[in-house]
Design a protein around this ligand. Structure first.
Ligand SMILES: *[C@@H]1O[C@H](CO)[C@@H](O)[C@H](O)[C@H]1NC(C)=O
Ligand SMILES: *[C@H]1O[C@H](CO)[C@@H](O)[C@H](O)[C@H]1NC(C)=O
Length: 288
């Protein structure tokens, strides 16, 4: 088509030149001999037809071109829009990537804290187990102590000498029988003999008060015996007839069956009445 067009254009220009030379009519495409033009060119009618077709084609192509132009500009617009969208997406993507990095860092920090927390939990668990073990040990000890305490003998006594006033003086040492028995847990004190007998081996606390209330010039006092052995002597002179007290105590180890008793030395006297001036008492501190 392109070559045909070029040939046509060439023919046209040759014919034009010939027409100008012959001074013939414009649409006369024949030479003076009435022969068609040589060189492969066609007749005027054919040329015109070709030209028209060519013109039509150009017009058509022009239209087509304008359509293409429109389409191109639309496409360009789309491309621009897509570029802009792309840029926006890129910005958002880089922002997202930034966030992802931040979240990763946060995650790592959280993981570190979590592992610390888990370690603490493990430590606390171990601590808890240790505490539980100690607690159960303590509970066992408490149970043992309870049982021990329940099985432990209870020994305590408190007595007064008499309600009837003066006792003594006598010519010989005389065993004292405290006849007022106020407390006698374990029945280790005998109000018949006045003797305290240790029911178990252990440490005992034994004490007495003794009042002198006579005149003129007497001695008030007592001696304490463990079995046949004197372990204490306390006395006081009385010259003015006022109350004179002697008070003392011992903490003493006794075997089971050991006896504690009080005696009034010869020549000594004591006094007691409902006021409980002269007493003998004691208790088991702990068994051994
Ligand atoms: C002597 O002791 C007994 C027994 O504890 C008591 O009942 C009495 O009131 C006491 N006497 C005096 C005067 O405190
Ligand atoms: C041109 O050619 C046409 C037909 O080919 C003819 O009818 C017409 O008269 C011609 N014009 C002249 C001026 O010769």
């Amino acid at each position: 088509m392109k070559i045909d067009t070029v040939v046509l254009l060439l023919c046209l220009s040759v014919t034009q030149a010939q027409g100008d030379l012959t001074g013939g009519p414009e649409n006369d495409t024949k030479n003076s001999l009435g022969e068609p033009q040589t060189g492969g060119c066609v007749s005027d009618g054919a040329i015109l037809t070709e030209l028209r077709a060519l013109r039509d084609m150009v017009v058509e192509q022009k239209d087509q071109l304008s359509v293409y132009k429109d389409q191109l500009s639309v496409t360009q617009r789309h491309v621009e829009e897509m570029r802009r969208d792309n840029a926006a997406l890129g910005t958002r993507l880089s922002l997202s990537e930034h966030h992802v990095e931040e979240l990763k860092a946060e995650n790592e920090a959280l993981e570190a804290r979590l592992s610390i927390g888990e370690r603490h939990v493990e430590e606390l668990k171990a601590f808890d187990a240790a505490l539980k073990a100690r607690l159960s040990l303590i509970e066992r000890h408490v149970e043992e102590l309870k049982a021990e305490n329940e099985g432990r003998p209870k020994v305590a006594f408190y007595t007064g000498l008499t309600d009837s006033g003066h006792v003594g003086p006598f010519n010989t040492d005389t065993s004292l029988v405290y006849s007022k028995v106020f407390t006698n847990i374990g029945n280790a004190y005998s109000p018949v003999t006045g003797v305290f007998t240790a029911p178990v081996r252990g440490v005992y606390y034994i004490r007495f008060t003794a009042l002198g209330y006579s005149s003129p010039r007497t001695v008030a006092g007592v001696t304490m015996f463990k079995n046949n052995l004197q372990i204490m002597h306390n006395g006081v002179y009385n010259t003015d007839g006022e109350h004179k007290f002697v008070v003392n105590a011992v903490t003493v180890e006794l075997e089971q069956g050991d006896k504690i008793m009080m005696r009034l030395p010869s020549g000594y006297d004591l006094y007691d009445d409902i006021s409980n001036y002269t007493t003998f008492s004691g208790f088991l501190l702990f068994p051994m």
